[in-house]
Every structure is written in C-alpha cells, then in structure tokens.
Design a protein around this ligand. Structure first.
Ligand code: NAD
Length: 293
C-alpha cells in the first residue's frame, strides 16, 4: 500500500518553523512581517477563507491587516486600497481574495498589487517569470508551492522524472506544471480536451491532480509506485455524515492507494499546505524587503 503524505503534519512543521523565524526577525531587527487582505463583497466562503488566513497569521506572529469593501465598490476604490498597502512599510504581503464581484476585471486589480508584495503570486509578471528559464518570480502561488513542498519534504526525486499535471487553471494546474518543469521533470498537462488522459497519466512518476471532479483518477490511471498529489476538494453526498456530505479528492483514494507509492489524502493533504505557504511567502517578503537573511 502507498505511503501517506500527511499534509496536516507537514503544514504544522512549516508553521512552527515560520513562528521561530518571525520571532527571530523581531528580536534581531525589530520588524514584524505584515499581511494585508482585501475582501470585496460578502460571500460566506470568502469570509471564512479570510478569517482562517488571519487566524493563521496570528498563530505565527505575523500581523494581519484587513479591508472589507462592499460588493458594489468600484475597481478604482479597490485599487486605491491596494496602492496604499503597496506604499505601507509595515505591509510585506498583499492579497485580494478571489473571486471578485462580476463587474470587476481581475486583471486590472491583480496588476495593481506590487510584484514585490504579491504573496499570492497571481501578478502576471510573477507568473511570467515563473514560466521563464533562468528567471525567478518574487512569489510562487501558494497551492502549487505547497504541492512542491510536500514532494521535497518526502524526498521524492523530481529531476528527470515524468510528471503529469491534470488541470490547467491559473491558480493551480499551470503554475504546478511550471514548477515541476523548473525542478527538471518532463511535464505533460492533461486537461478537459485531452484524449486518453488515463494513458498519459499512467506514464507519470509524479501526478498532480487539480481538476475539481470527484474520483476522476482511477487506480488503473496510475503507474505502480508513482507519487500522487491530490489537490481536488469535492463535496459528495453522504447521508451518514452529520453535514450530509463529505469531501473527496480528484483521485479515487481507495483504488489509487493500492497502486501508488505515496499519496496525499483529502482532506489533510494539500489543503493545509496552502495557508502555510501564504505565511511562508509573507515571511520571505519581509526578509527580502529588509535584507534579513
Ligand atoms: P478550475 O475549475 O479553475 O480548473 C479545473 C481544470 O481542470 C481546468 O483547467 C480544466 O481544463 C480541467 N478539467 C476539467 N475537467 C477535466 C477532465 N474531465 N479531465 C481533465 N481535466 C479536466 O479549478 P482549480 O481552481 O484549479 O481547482 C481544482 C480543484 O482543486 C478543485 O477541486 C478545487 O476545490 C481544488 N483546490 C484546492 C486548493 C487547496 O487545496 N487549498 C486550492 C485551490 C483549488
């Protein structure tokens, strides 16, 4: 059976390491890393994400700043707040919670964030640099960065290996594929128009699935011994659960865990890593801005 890649445990270790570094920075140069979060509108799920990010900051000693704007705000108003955080020396990371209201153009908003404070890594210049050989972005998007961290901390060799990423979204699939390529894997991307996705996936030593379709990847899609990172978070009906549903990944865990060499569970795999990487990006930013090693 496959080894379990315990994201909850790794995320806890990462958060503990960050807390130590935040304290050290404060003691040595008197600087506390700061993260600003801008939320537009009142989506319940976004409010929950923002609350969780604030709590995670507090737990490691990062200061958080929050701005809540009404749903009907204009792009200019949002950009005004971004600009003020861009020039605020106590803020080292800025993120705009997505999705934005429909009347706003995401690109205009994301473009306004200073690339040196873009801790979500969604600024087109940061994504562009991620795609370039011999260049590095200031920040890498948190979820794919969390996938790579899990691979590294489990000693998975990437160089020269075949990797398949299923899904090509801007926030997960595409940056995950670019990161694997930077780490010298040979990468294929499987997406909604791919023919015979199972044949292509079966060639992979490393699979990152970020699709949003419950149990899409079956046991016979997987090369024996492969490492599987399952990003998907999908609710499925479950009358036995108190909430009436439970969460499953994009990979059929029951089947895959019999074939794979190592696999992340859902929940408790990539999920907890995302916020840990946001904290890591914020600390890294404060260090870079203040020249603190
Ligand atoms: P998305 O909907 O933006 O992108 C899905 C991608 O999957 C698309 O590129 C599409 O081409 C591809 N796709 C769709 N159907 C397919 C099929 N049948 N076969 C192959 N490819 C197919 O989704 P996303 O934002 O990238 O998120 C993907 C999943 O990851 C979701 O379940 C989401 O909830 C989860 N997610 C988890 C985290 C986390 O763990 N913190 C973060 C982000 C997203």
């Amino acid at each position: 059976p496959a080894k379990l890649i315990d994201g909850k445990l790794v995320a806890k270790q990462v958060r503990e390491e960050i807390a130590v570094q935040v304290t050290r920075m404060k003691d040595v140069i008197g600087i506390v890393p700061g993260l600003a979060v801008i939320l537009v509108g009142s989506r319940k799920d976004s409010q929950t994400y923002v609350r969780n990010k604030k709590k995670a900051c507090e737990a490691v000693g990062i200061k958080s700043y929050e701005v809540n704007l009404p749903e009907d705000s204009s792009e200019e108003e949002v950009i005004k707040h971004i600009a003020s955080f861009n020039s605020d020396p106590s803020v080292h990371g800025i993120l705009v919670q997505l999705p934005l209201p429909r009347h706003m153009n995401d690109e205009n908003i994301l473009n306004a964030v200073s690339i040196e404070k873009d801790v979500d890594g969604f600024h087109p210049l940061n994504i562009g640099r991620l795609a370039m050989q011999g260049r590095d972005p200031f920040f890498v998007p948190c979820t794919p960065k969390g996938c790579m961290e899990l691979l590294h901390r489990h000693g998975v060799e990437i160089k020269g290996k075949r990797a398949v990423v299923i899904g090509r979204s801007n926030i997960v699939g595409t940056p995950a594929a670019l990161l694997l390529q930077k780490a010298n894997a040979t990468v294929s991307i499987v997406h909604s128009q791919t023919k015979n996705p199972e044949q292509i996936t079966r060639q992979a030593d490393i699979v990152i699935a970020a699709v949003g379709v419950a149990n899409l990847v079956r046991g016979d899609w997987i090369k024996p011994g492969a490492t599987i990172i399952d990003v998907g978070i999908n609710p499925v009906d479950d009358p036995e659960s108190p909430r009436g549903y439970r969460l499953v990944g994009d990979v059929c865990y029951e089947e895959a865990s019999k074939v794979a060499g190592a696999i992340t569970p859902v929940p408790g795999g990539v999920g907890p890593m995302t916020i840990a990487m946001l904290l890591s990006n914020t600390l890294e930013s404060a260090r870079r801005i203040h020249g603190f090693k």
